[in-house]
Design a protein around this ligand. Sequence first.
Ligand code: HEM
Length: 351
Amino acid sequence: MKTMSAAFEEGHANRYISFADIMHEQFMSITTRMMFRRGAGAHNQDFIKTMIEITSADFFLLEDFFPLLKLLDLSGKIKKLKMTAEKYSDIMESIIDNRLKEKTNSKSYNEEDFLDVLLAMSDFPRDQLKYLLLDIIIAGTDTSSETIVWAMTELLRHPNIMERLQIELDDVIGKERLVEEADLQKLEYLQAVVKETLRLHPGVVLGIPHFSKEATKVAGYDIPANTRVILNLYAIGRDHKVWENPLKFDPSRFFNSPINVKGQHFEVLPFSSGRRICPGMNLALVSVAYNLAQLVHACSISLPEGLTHLDVDVEEKFGLTVGKQNPLNLLITRRLASDVYRKAGLNVIGQ
Ligand code: HEM
């Protein structure tokens, strides 16, 4: 985890880092590497900047409800969104062109990435390709990074839960090596922490609007045809009729419980449900659990001097996803012996 080395570099120099920024970078890097292997290459910095502009843009447009206003663009938001879209499009054009050039030069890699797969489908129009990639980057980055930020926030607010998780990790992994993906299924408490985080803090609060093609009845309510249907995933996970003490962060409620977060149990639907369920769900569950496990097992994490667990707040910032309003600044240092990181190929500073 390159991010971990960067966090240690700051931490061992006694500098606090914005946890949200470092997690955003981590998940942007994971997602873009899956899409196009080495991130955005030469365009990496521009690309990340443009993606931040896109994900933090204000998509609520009055013009969507009063289309005639579109011509006036009174707020200037449409112009701004178009400029950002053009920037994204230009960077993607050059990434695609470079890839096509590599292919004609017969430069080959052992592993295909998503861009290779899409380019092999010769009838896939380039614009669709660019915006499909954008869709996945937007859908996969902040949702996952904010889930980790919320998980860490709750762990820091509840030192007893953090301690229990750390004990589980030390018992199962030990202190001589880092967590590996294969360990995840043995980490029962970690899985419960992830589920409980997604129950209380589902990244996508209102799902994606759906549209009823036919009239139907849901839980006794009539839904007419051609209705825009919005699921309040946030309220579902906090329903006091279903959950005892719903605002309490308590991972143990998922012990010996048949309820999972994969869309079959309507008590908690962070990935929504049915045919339009999040296609990245399985990936997200693994990558969130894995990254969280790494952080808690391999890092010593402290709040700024003078703050205690009582000072960590859960104020929310509503946007495309729901992030934490106030920054979580942390001091992150090594928790294990330096050799353990080196053996795992991590470049850590100092002894
Ligand atoms: C903790 C992380 C994540 C959460 C909480 C989450 C949640 C959701 C939700 C609630 C939806 C809306 C489903 C609906 O329309 O009913 C959705 C859609 C989507 N998600 Fe995720 N997601 C996460 C991670 C990911 C990842 C890692 C990827 C891919 C790399 C991804 C790709 C997508 C895509 C492409 C859609 C749109 C699907 C469509 O248009 O039908 N998501 N996600």
